[in-house]
Design a protein around this ligand. Structure first.
Ligand code: PLP
Length: 458
């Protein structure tokens, strides 16, 4: 299995034919946006689809093609597109005004739901995105401990701000990514995911560590799976050494269970970073956690204790529309089995995709936990039995690398067959996906695999 070639491909030609409206728009976009896109994950060769509307688990492009959607608003849409209660709440809020430049009752209800669901959330501060929220969590940790270093794990994603770019996709030696000051990167210590011995030896010997941050289910929502044992060890070590433990639950919060990964595993971090499901499909993030740590944002407490207050502005913090959508979504998460249904549908999807791979004798595998699915594309071309695939037997590099060009072609082949996935490749399953969606996805996957076989890519 070599690199997939996009030129002279029937898959590409068929895709172009079906998506002429998207191609026209992509032609305009390329003179406006770098690579014609507004988010790196939307980059697709030769161009991505332009979507006009969405409903439940489906979306439609400008050419009228319908897709089963596993992009899920980059993971924000646990409840699927346009959940009627979320939509009604947004409409009602919209009629009242989009920005009051003042406190409002919905932000209270929103934070109460966060407090009720997320075990660590003694206090909450809303932001406009997950990136902003991790940035604030790290600053809070440094302010609380008076220490400077941050520990993170290779490949874990915490947004795109300067502290957290080295070691996500590249710069695994800890050197700064382009445009980032080396002085910042030097203060971020990068460890191998799941390496308990390295974490223990670092934490017990380095007394300058302010915080340890990680995605609790493993990087990229378990593309390289984590383990609860690792979380337990980190919790103990950080407790013993006065280090702030931060769970980045931007994806997992309100998704793996109503109380996120921390409630599921029964391990409470000092700070939690939230976004995506939090805001019901509109922009929004939050840092939540121990009162005494968030007190660094409190005018009165910092004055009384003679501490310097952390400044925090943000024009759209807790904006009324996001608050309305967030309240509606979290009420549903709290009172229904939405998380469980999404998890169960993902389990079924992973099994069905593996049945296809088994039947087509393709040495790939679908795997993942909770409502995630990941497709292992076997970059080293090993012998793999899809249904018994165990990601724990593979290393970071193999799980996070794909044969060049192949993912673009797989995505195009799936789009032709009515399915939109993300490019890792994989996706998130929502509570709106039905059994019929899953079976249709498996059918589409089989057709896509056959198309790739025809072109000699598999
Ligand atoms: C685990 C994790 N942390 C942080 C972020 C950044 O969130 P945002 O895109 O809202 O800035 C993301 C976004 O995908 C994420 O997956």
């Amino acid at each position: 299995m070599g690199s997939a070639v996009l030129s002279d491909s029937k898959i590409v030609a068929t895709y172009r034919e079906r998506t002429q409206g998207s191609e026209r728009l992509a032609g305009e976009a390329k003179d406006l946006f770098p690579s014609g896109v507004t988010h790196d994950a939307r980059n697709l060769q030769p161009y991505g689809i332009y979507v006009t509307r969405a409903e439940g688990s489906h979306k439609w492009d400008v050419d009228g093609n319908e897709y089963i959607d596993y992009f899920g608003g980059h993971g924000a849409l646990l409840l699927g597109h346009n959940h009627p209660k979320v939509l009604a709440a947004i409409h009602e809020a919209l009629d009242n005004g989009t920005h009051f430049g003042a406190n409002h009752a919905l932000e209270i209800r929103w934070a109460q739901l966060v407090q009720k669901l997320i075990p660590s959330a003694q206090r909450v501060r809303f932001t406009s995105s997950g990136t902003e929220a991790t940035l604030m969590a790290l600053r809070l940790a440094r302010a609380w401990t008076g220490k400077s270093k941050l520990v993170r794990f290779k490949g874990h994603f915490h947004g795109w701000h300067d502290h957290m770019t080295s070691g996500f996709r590249s710069h695994f030696d800890g050197s700064p990514t382009v445009g980032v000051l080396s002085a910042l990167a030097e203060k971020v210590v990068l460890l191998e995911p799941g390496d308990i011995d390295a974490a223990r030896s670092l934490i017990t010997s380095d007394h300058e560590i302010a915080a340890v941050i990680l995605e609790p289910t493993g990087l990229l929502f378990s593309r390289v799976p984590g383990s609860p044992d690792f979380l337990t060890v980190l919790r103990d070590l950080t407790d013993q050494h006065g280090i702030v433990l931060i769970f980045d639950e931007v994806v997992t919060g309100f998704r793996v269970s109503p109380g996120g990964a921390q409630a599921f595993y029964g391990i409470t971090p000092d700070l939690t970073v939230l976004a995506k499901v939090l805001a019901g499909g509109l922009p929004g993030g939050a840092v939540a956690g121990r009162k005494e740590i968030l007190d660094a944002l409190d005018f009165d407490v910092t004055k009384r204790e003679g501490r310097e207050k952390i400044q925090h502005q943000g024009t759209f913090n807790a904006n009324p529309l996001s608050a309305a959508a967030g309240v509606a979504a979290l009420e549903i998460v709290a009172s229904t089995d939405a998380c469980k249904r999404a998890n169960a549908s993902a389990t079924m999807l992973r099994a069905k995709l593996n049945e296809v791979l088994d039947a087509e004798q393709v040495p790939w595998a679908a795997y993942g936990t909770f409502s995630a699915f990941h497709i292992f594309t076997n970059p080293k071309n090993r012998k793999v039995a899809p249904s018994t695939f165990d990601p724990l037997s593979y290393d970071f590099e193999e799980l996070t690398t794909n044969p060049p060009g192949l993912v673009h072609k797989l995505r195009l082949a799936l789009l032709i067959n009515g399915v939109d996935i993300i490019g890792q490749p994989g996706g998130t399953v929502s509570a709106a996906h039905t059994e019929e969606d899953i079976l249709n996805t498996a059918g589409a996957f089989r057709e896509a695999v056959k198309m790739l076989k025809c072109e000699g890519d598999l």
